[in-house]
Write a protein that binds this ligand. Structure first.
Ligand SMILES: CCCCCCCCCCC/C=C/C(=O)SCCNC(=O)CCNC(=O)[C@H](O)C(C)(C)COP(=O)(O)OP(=O)(O)OC[C@H]1O[C@@H](n2cnc3c(N)ncnc32)[C@H](O)[C@@H]1OP(=O)(O)O
Ligand code: NDP
Length: 261
């Protein structure tokens, strides 16, 4: 680990989508640096696996099964975290995802599911934790966008629109919450070799994806997590309302199509 031991000693960090992929790797990295964590996601089994790894590192882990598409469940996640730890220093809005579908075939419910997850769920978490952070007088929120936020992305209309909105939400919240000592930034990764991404990417597009990446390979889970750890740390204390792109230069090649036919 590139960061100093004990960097997050005494910190409490809430993470959504913490049972798999980037969220799990980030939770474990933060715990290895001293943080206690609160873990959310829909599936309790994978959250408990992450919690086990955190506890083996000598840190505390609270598991709060949460569907972030439901604002009541999000409020419960925030309240349970505060009741358990008495504060939250950092919120990492990592949960997200989508399916590939061309726009004309997207059902209203399919569009809504992806926008609810990536935009509305992120907003509910920012609001619930942001209120508590403003009351305690400090806080740090890290949102998850995706490199598709600034290009057209055939097959990803729902997600790309939501990810662009998350970038704008980040900037507005950065302005609204700064006077209360809360900063808000955003990470925009892709492609990162998580189980979720490899599973969702059509196998026929694997080679093309690699060819599109100037660095010639996908990013690792550690490479995404380490940027989140940086944003969570005081090393980024004067960053507010920023989008950090972690894509090996992929966006420089322009719009990305996920459609196979
Ligand atoms: C080659 C060019 C590319 C190179 C460059 C690459 C650049 C990288 C950019 C990376 C961008 C982002 C990457 C990632 O996000 S990686 C993480 C991947 N993980 C996931 O996406 C998670 C898996 N997905 C899901 O869980 C789901 O898709 C979803 C997020 C929507 C949640 O689904 P859920 O099951 O909860 O949804 P519902 O049951 O409520 O259903 C709601 C409606 O949505 C429709 N639906 C759901 N899944 C699909 C599907 N796979 N295909 C079609 N439709 C789907 C569902 O049918 C419901 O609609 P209806 O009621 O109308 O049927
Ligand atoms: N890998 C990549 O290249 C990129 C990833 N991203 C984003 O990074 C984040 C992490 O993705 P990654 O680790 O790759 O993929 P994963 O599919 O492994 O992670 C997605 C996580 O989100 C959680 N999640 C999904 N829906 C909900 C929900 N309704 N409520 C709460 N949690 C939910 C899942 O847990 P559960 O199913 O238990 O709820 C899962 O842990 C996502 O937002 C993804 O879209 C962005 C750009 C590129």
């Amino acid at each position: 680990m590139i960061f100093r031991d004990g960097l997050f000693q005494g910190s409490v960090i809430a993470i959504t989508g913490a049972g798999t992929g980037i969220g799990r790797t980030t939770a474990i990295a933060l715990a290895s640096l001293g943080a206690d964590v609160s873990l959310a996601g829909r599936h309790i089994g994978t959250l408990q696996e992450t919690a086990c790894k955190v506890e083996k590192l000598g840190r505390k882990a609270l598991v709060v099964p949460t569907n972030i598409r439901n604002p009541e469940e999000v409020n419960h996640f925030a309240e349970a975290t505060y009741q358990h730890y008495g504060k939250v220093d950092v919120l990492i809005n990592n949960a997200g995802g989508q399916f590939i579908q061309n726009s004309l075939n997207l059902s209203p419910n399919g569009w809504k599911a992806v926008v609810d997850l990536n935009l509305n769920g992120t907003f509910y978490c920012c609001q619930a934790f942001g209120r508590m952070m403003c009351q305690q007088g400090h806080g740090n929120i890290i949102n998850m966008s995706a490199v598709v936020f600034e290009t057209g992305s055939p097959g990803m209309a729902h997600s790309a629109a939501a990810r662009a909105a998350v970038v704008n939400l980040t900037k507005t919240l950065a302005l609204e919450l700064a006077p209360s000592g809360v900063r808000v930034n955003c990470i925009s990764p892709g492609p990162i070799a998580s189980e979720g991404f490899i599973h969702e990417l059509p196998s026929s597009q694997y080679d093309e994806t690699i060819q599109r990446i100037p660095l010639g390979r996908m990013g690792t889970l550690d490479e995404a997590a380490s940027v989140i750890v940086f944003l969570a740390s005081e090393a980024s204390s004067f960053m507010n309302g920023e989008v950090v792109i972690v894509d090996g230069g992929t966006r420089l090649r322009g719009a990305m199509s996920f459609l196979t036919d």
